[in-house]
Design a protein around this ligand. Structure first.
Ligand code: PHE
Length: 464
């Protein structure tokens, strides 16, 4: 995960993207069936059966699973009746719900087929829990809600990225028609005083509103309203982080670091569906770690959802990243393990203990080097000639499809352009390692051969 939604949602550059690209045609099945519905495939279809097989898993609802325990701790910070908890919304959503309803511009990189799993041109596996915002605002059952959800993104392969992960979303609204004198600012301030105090050390150097970097939605909101709602948002999320991290720290007592106050900082951010927006980072084991995105909900989303008199905040947080910290889980693949040596180590939110790894099995590194296909526009085009053709995520998808959870990570170790033709060569190192057993070299060889064959078949590269 890159944060809750990371570079993908905010529109920042993705450092792993090599080239802007389109997908190559894949063999398209006659129809795609998922969750009891069928979807006619088309030229957008890129979701493999291996990914659809994750839909029934719902780790966020599996009792005693670390992802589910993390959800429970967060839910406990947003209790009913103010907050309704939605935990079983369908991961198959329309492109409209996932992107358009949230103001993603038509050319937003998150919409690319290299980044998102499409069932067909109108239907995707949700890439974030925000896909349900509009629907729940429209439903208007309570002032607030949380959603927990499995979300799907085409991405790199390493110990903290997996094509399926879990997010939690929360929101809180105030209705101008329902508060005395329409004074949402006063009511939100009053409710802020009812929230607990905490002893986190908080850095928050920026103004709530900045005309260029973090603007007020001036046609809809008053400064005092946004100041009050933002203060309520920040305190609510600080309390949540405090709850989670103090559970992780409690068990580390004795350790000098455990006695130091936990440090967090607010950073200005951008999301198409909030303004102003922030990210919250936590100082953990020597690094600043981004754990959530949030902001003041864009008023046009509420207007379109037929609740024009409401305004409020929303946030989204990645559950695996938090669970990895809470339980000291070193590899994101472990969450999918059905091995009792993993699952047997977790019980309830009141008993959070670090995971004890079972023995580390040996790594098996294999390299693959290839020339990218030259595209038809190659003539005189130098390096740019390949730029339409190859996207790293397409290569990752092949490795994942062949190797599944037996691949720990994939790293690019070399890249160069032929001095005369401009044709580009890349070398990747794949680390085959099982979390559960020792992998035989012959097995890794077989997988690697499968990867090589498919790279040629699907991406048209020339092996070196
Ligand atoms: N959906 C955003 C993400 O995936 C997180 C977010 C949710 C940000 C709600 C603001 C408000 O990164």
């Amino acid at each position: 995960m890159d944060g809750p939604g990371g570079a993908r949602i905010s529109g920042k550059h993705h450092d792993r993207v090599l080239f802007m690209a389109c997908n190559r045609a894949t063999t398209t099945p006659p129809t795609i069936s998922a969750n009891g519905n069928s979807y006619p495939p088309d030229s957008w279809t890129n979701v493999p059966p291996s990914i659809l097989s994750y839909l029934p898993r719902k780790l966020h609802l599996q009792p005693s699973h670390p992802v589910s325990i993390t959800r429970e701790v967060i839910e406990s910070c947003f209790p009913p009746p103010t907050y309704t908890h939605y935990n079983d919304l369908d991961p198959i959503v329309s492109v409209y719900e996932n992107f358009d309803s949230l103001n993603f511009p038509p050319d937003h990189p998150g919409r690319n087929r290299t980044d998102t799993y499409y069932l067909n041109k109108d239907t995707v596996l949700r890439t974030h829990s925000s896909a349900h915002e509009a629907e729940i605002f429209r439903h208007n059952k309570s002032a607030g809600y949380t959603i927990s959800a499995d979300v799907y993104r085409r991405d790199a392969i390493d110990r903290s990225h997996y094509p399926v992960f879990h997010q939690m979303e929360g929101a809180r609204m105030w209705d101008r028609r329902k508060v005395e004198g329409g004074d949402v600012a006063r009511v939100a301030r009053e409710q802020l005083t009812q929230l607990e105090e905490h002893d986190l050390e908080v850095e928050d150097p920026n103004p709530t509103i900045h005309p260029e970097r973090n603007p007020l939605q001036a046609e809809h909101h008053r400064v005092e309203e946004v100041e009050a709602i933002a203060a309520h948002l920040k305190r609510s999320l600080e309390l949540m982080v405090n709850e989670l991290f103090s559970r992780a720290k409690r068990r580390a007592t004795g350790d000098a670091a455990a006695d130091e106050p936990l440090k967090v900082r607010w950073v200005e951010a951008y999301f198409p569906f909030t303004s102003p927006s922030w990210e919250l980072e936590v100082f953990w084991q020597g690094d600043w770690l981004e754990i959530l995105g949030c902001g003041i909900t864009k008023q046009d989303i509420l207007i379109n959802a037929n609740v024009p008199n409401q305004l409020g905040w929303a946030f989204g947080v990645g559950l695996e990243r938090l669970a990895m910290i809470l339980f000291s889980i070193p590899d994101i693949r472990l969450f999918w393990s059905k091995d009792p040596r993993f699952l047997g180590q977790f019980s309830t939110a009141d008993d959070i203990k670090p995971f004890v790894p079972f023995s580390k099995h040996p790594a098996c590194y294999k390299d693959v080097s290839f020339w990218l296909r030259s595209s038809s526009s190659a003539a005189g085009g130098g390096l740019r000639s390949n730029s339409q053709d190859f996207h790293e995520n397409d290569m990752m998808e092949i490795v994942r499809d062949v190797g599944g959870d037996l691949v720990e990570d994939v790293k690019m170790i070399d890249e160069f352009a032929h001095p005369v033709s401009g044709r580009k060569s890349i070398c990747y190192r794949i680390n085959y390692r099982s979390l559960e057993r020792t992998l035989k070299n012959e097995e890794a060889d077989r997988l690697h051969e499968g990867v090589r064959t498919r790279l040629v078949e699907k991406l048209g590269v020339e092996l070196r």
